[in-house]
Design a protein around this ligand. Structure first.
Ligand code: GLN
Length: 530
């Protein structure tokens, strides 16, 4: 029997609701429970796949190929589970399902309405996640803030789930901001009281309140919130500002949140926490050295666009005892002045789309190659490296990806036939897990230590196999291949301390408790380089 926790947000967005939800997931895992997590986003896009990184930050991809919100990356890193498409639901997805059913005639002539048809579809998404995952607990985060018009159907659906289940099977958590007034230094609980009321007007009485504040939420203040919002004082938890997001589960645990949740859900016989997470956090606190990695991309003004990449770099740094300083390098600036690449311990070119800034990325690859700086190319970063090698080692002038220059005479990166006829942008990339076989004689094999791997993808273009012979002559080893479709998945350079690039996104599979081999290898090489 699965139990349900719903996490809503009040007052303002951006106060770490996703991290709070993920932290609860972590705590419950440490108490021996299996956990599945999902996020409901109230916007009308079917998924965030078509949204600009400026709108949305990173698009996280699940193993079964769903393009999802970046909070899912937090969930996977915190609970160390591979989630599925059931973990990401948007208003757009719900409505397209309802409308498809209406067109098929599935509603037997009924007038199709928000309640019950849309709310039933939302409830199904929760119940299906429970059934398919078989988890003890499903944690569902509702995106946006209580009071938004868009999130009303989601709130109504979770209210119904509460009323159709046992009281001890459903728990509501509400995250709020307690602002402090500049000058008077006073913390104000009024917005929390209003948000509580707003939630009550939707028929939801929260069981736990998580308070984010710049000040110290004293016992007095917690008692006040307890009184006005009708929750016991031990259910008012402060989410203190921490240097490392991974500390949040520990902050909650210190305040007894896991015990409180288990008591409310009548799961009293769970073992004590195993503290595996705490050990990882302590390693982070104990870091001595430091390295600098240049991250070259076109969205570098928006760090969220590379969230899983930077998190994986930092986690791999921690594993190796160094703090990873990221130097954010706008690839367009390299086009003018290459000297910004000097002094780096490693260069990473992560995923990207479109032509802007690509000449600078190609220069970054050339620089790393010629100066023996460890290079790590991810997705676009592999395509970029191959363009650099074709142009600058083989002399194929104007070599390019047809994404950047459709007329190039040397299309080293190109569309596959089945991608040429694609009409819709949404959901038509190569997405999710694909097999890869690693060459046992390669450098990359020494990192993975295994021959058969699965990695997550999100791209449309591929290395053009007709160039394989020539590119091999330039010293490239095709160290990972998808044998089903004969596609190049990983490349490396002979005669270079670390020049590795992959067509997939290893950042989606790296965890603070289980570093991805390619990130581990890259950071080790960067430390050596320093
Ligand atoms: N733009 C490239 C493609 O579509 C790479 C995509 C990526 O880096 N995620 O193939």
């Amino acid at each position: 029997m699965t139990k349900f926790i719903f996490v809503t947000g009040g007052v303002v967005s951006g106060i770490g609701k996703g991290i709070s939800a993920a932290s609860i997931g972590r705590l419950l895992k440490e108490r021996g429970l299996s956990v599945f997590m999902q996020k409901f986003d109230p916007y009308l896009n079917v998924d965030p796949g078509t949204m600009s990184p400026y709108q949305h930050g990173e698009v996280f991809v699940t193993k079964d190929g769903a393009e999802t919100d970046l909070d899912l990356g937090h969930y996977e890193r915190f609970i160390d589970e591979e989630l599925t498409k059931r973990a990401s639901i948007t208003t757009g997805k719900v409505y397209s399902r309802v409308i498809a059913k209406e067109r098929r005639g599935d509603y037997n002539g009924a007038t199709v309405q928000v309640i019950p048809h849309v709310t039933n579809e939302i409830k199904n998404a929760v119940y299906k996640a429970a059934k398919e995952s078989g988890a003890d607990i499903v944690i569902t985060e509702i995106g946006g803030t209580v009071g938004d018009i868009e999130s009303l159907p989601f709130l109504e659906a979770i209210r119904q789930i509460h009323s159709e289940n046992e009281k001890s099977d459903v728990l509501f958590v509400h995250t709020v901001l307690v602002p402090n007034i500049p000058g008077s230094d006073e913390l104000k609980t009024k917005p929390t009281q209003h948000s509580f009321k707003e939630l009550m007007s939707n028929g939801i009485k929260t069981d736990v309140i998580i308070v984010r504040s710049n000040g110290v939420v004293t016992r007095d203040l917690r008692e006040k919130i307890s009184l006005f919002c009708d929750v016991p004082v031990e259910a008012v938890i402060q989410s203190t500002n921490v240097d490392l997001i991974y500390e949040v589960p520990l902050v909650f645990h210190e305040q007894g949140l896991d015990d409180y949740i288990l008591k409310e859900l009548e799961l009293n016989n769970q073992p004590e926490s195993n503290y595996s997470w705490k050990k990882m956090v302590e390693r982070f606190k104990d870091i001595k050295g430091e390295i600098t990695i240049g991250l070259v991309g076109k969205y570098v003004s928006l760090h969220d666009a590379y969230l899983s990449v930077t998190q994986a770099l930092q986690d791999a740094g921690c594993e190796n005892g160094v703090d990873v300083k990221i130097k954010w390098i706008n690839s367009e600036e390299i086009e003018e002045d290459e000297s910004i690449l000097e002094g780096l311990n490693g260069i990473i070119v992560p995923g990207g789309f479109g032509s802007r800034g690509t000449e600078g990325m190609i220069k970054a690859s050339k620089y790393a190659r010629e100066n023996n700086v460890p290079y790590f190319g991810i997705c676009y970063g592999m395509q970029i490296a191959l363009i650099d090698i074709a142009r600058n080692k083989l002399g194929l002038k104007g070599a390019n990806s047809t994404e950047i220059d459709p007329e190039t005479s040397y299309p080293v990166i190109d569309l596959l036939e089945n991608q040429k006829t694609v009409e819709n942008l949404g959901g038509t990339l190569r997405l999710g897990d694909y097999d890869c076989t690693i060459d046992k004689d390669s450098y990359v094999y020494s990192l993975y230590g295994e021959e058969k791997i699965k990695e997550r993808h999100r791209h449309r273009y591929e290395f053009n196999n007709s160039f394989r012979g020539e590119i091999r002559k330039a010293g490239v080893v095709f160290s990972g291949i998808n044998e089903d479709k004969d596609l190049v998945e990983i490349i490396e350079l002979k005669d270079h301390p670390h020049f590795v690039a992959c067509q997939f996104h290893p950042e989606f599979k790296s965890r603070p408790t289980k570093i991805h081999p390619l990130f581990n290898g890259f950071i080790k090489a960067a430390i050596k380089n320093k």
